[in-house]
Design a protein around this ligand. Sequence first.
Ligand SMILES: C[S@@+](CC[C@H](N)C(=O)[O-])C[C@H]1O[C@@H](n2cnc3c(N)ncnc32)[C@H](O)[C@@H]1O
Length: 235
Amino acid sequence: MSPESEAVVSVWAVESDGVNTPGGERVSSAGGDPLRAKYAITGRFYDVLDHPFERMYRRWRPELLQDLRGEVLEPGVGTGHNLQFYHPSVHVTGVDLSPVMLRRAQAKLGHVRCAVDLRVDDATRLDSVHSDHFDWIFSTFMCCVMPDELQPKALKQFARVLKPDGRFRLLEIVYSSEPTIRKWQERISTLVERIYGARFDRETLQHLKQEPSLRVTATRYLKWESYLVIDGIAV
Ligand SMILES: C[S@@+](CC[C@H](N)C(=O)[O-])C[C@H]1O[C@@H](n2cnc3c(N)ncnc32)[C@H](O)[C@@H]1O
């Protein structure tokens, strides 16, 4: 943390096998949720596994975040790869299903310049989050992990917690329209799903178009017609 920053960090006590909420409730790393159970294992190796890709992503993250201000919700904050790039004036609430991932994020807080609040929560519920509270929702590689049947629920929650005119930006990976890339993606798809729970065929854009309280304003690819940025606004 830089000396001039006023970072306020509040983290629920995240430990190796779970998390103690401020109310004293114990949440285990595995829980009953298959994704939480997956990330109880994957979370231990996530930064190492993802390192070759993260070399590319870390060039994109600062640009994707540069115009974000105010109250920001980052669902699926994971091991906190975005946290160091937020503007010092931002207040970030990072939520994730996985206490193991959050523990890794907690370890990175020394490098953040802004106020951060990390907590275990499910993006399809956002029980810990007030309505109409956020100026922005920013999320990277969460919806490609989230099963399609759960995405409408998560998007309803996004609409609930965004302020009127609040904005969202998502970075997701999808099947490429470039044949060589697509072939490579098909080859690794089983492994990717087994390790990360991620799929290249999630229909996030379709789900967004069907959520009446959110409007997609722009889409663009960062690379290979596969790394898709979706911008939008609460209506
Ligand atoms: C592929 S990782 C991405 C992590 C981070 N955003 C990044 O860019 O490196 C996906 C993350 O989403 C989280 N996740 C998946 N479904 C979730 C849900 N319903 N609510 C909260 N977090 C979720 C996982 O636990 C995991 O940490």
